[in-house]
Design a binder for this molecule. Structure first.
Ligand code: APR
Length: 266
């Protein structure tokens, strides 16, 4: 597949592989673009069907939920339905293989995602979720996790209930909401701390399929650079990230398998 790419890009993949072979601590941040080739629309894509007149920024907020909890819950039930059948693509698989073999290459990989899907886990990766998990719910009032309505973890054999009727908390009667970090909310403390540590102490930071627009996650590359790391970006389109040392401007599902192969892992 790499042969179809421009020779300048192939040279950049080789440069990235050579760099990575000499480095031990690798921090990777993924965004919606890594799941695009699995058929999950990114956040900046226009929504379709019933939801074409809404933007994610209008629905994924605590204010939107307070104003119209049914609307926001229905949108997430629709998103869950959209994502439920999706499978990892070659980008997720390449990262899982690299992570699995990282002891052989004497590397330490920390994989961080902004995505709320579970495609990294399905591929076999250990991953830190900064923005929550589409398959979990919690009470919007008392914050206690709610696991009875939807499957609590990654048990896809269960019947998934996409009912759009609101559910209330058995403890306080508050509305149940998805366990997702909405615009204006804080990131989970433990996950964010781990991500900051990994970014601050890595030799190479790889940004994959993210628009680098949403903070604080977008600041991890700056933290890494500030502490001396090299920055690699994998994205077919330019982003506002100006710190990049190596740009691999093509789809993650094309670049990552080749990158990992050139490092001698596959
Ligand atoms: N391979 C790599 N990158 C891709 C691909 C692909 N096949 N297809 C699209 N992209 C890139 C786009 O060019 C874009 O820069 O993925 C990026 C997706 O950007 P966003 O939709 O903004 O997704 P993300 O960066 O993950 O958004 C961050 O914003 O809406 C909030 O909380 C939500 O986690 C999300 C956060």
């Amino acid at each position: 597949m790499l042969a179809e790419l421009p020779s300048a890009l192939i040279a950049e993949v080789e440069r990235a592989a050579e760099l990575l072979k000499t480095k031990q601590r690798i921090c990777l941040l993924t965004g919606a673009g890594i799941s695009a080739e699995s058929g999950i629309p990114t956040f900046r894509d226009k929504q379709t069907g019933l939801w074409e007149n809404y933007s994610a920024e209008d629905l994924a907020t605590p204010d939107a939920f307070s104003r119209d909890p049914k609307l926001v819950w229905s949108w997430y039930q629709w998103r869950r339905q959209l994502v439920a059948s999706k499978k990892p693509n070659p980008a997720h698989t390449a990262l899982a293989q690299w992570q699995y073999n990282s002891q052989l290459t004497n590397q330490h990989l920390t994989l961080i995602t902004q995505n709320v899907d579970d495609l990294h886990e399905q591929a076999g990766s250990d991953v830190i979720h900064l923005h929550g998990n589409l398959w979990r719910n919690l009470c919007s009032r008392c914050q206690i996790p709610h696991t009875t309505q939807l499957k609590g973890h990654y048990d896809r054999e269960d019947n998934i209930d996409f009912d759009e009727a609101l559910i209330t908390c058995q403890h306080c009667d508050g509305y149940i909401r998805p366990d997702i970090v909405w615009f204006g909310e804080s990131l989970p403390v433990h996950e964010w701390h781990t991500a900051e540590e990994a970014a601050a102490n890595c030799d190479v930071f790889i940004s994959i399929g993210t628009s680098s627009l949403v903070y604080p996650a977008a600041g991890l590359a700056q933290l890494a650079k500030h502490n001396g790391a090299k920055i690699i970006e994998i994205n077919p389109y330019p982003t506002p990230n100006t710190l990049v040392d190596i740009t691999l401007a093509a789809k993650a599902g094309v670049i990552l398998p080749e990158l990992v192969k050139k490092m001698g892992i596959l």
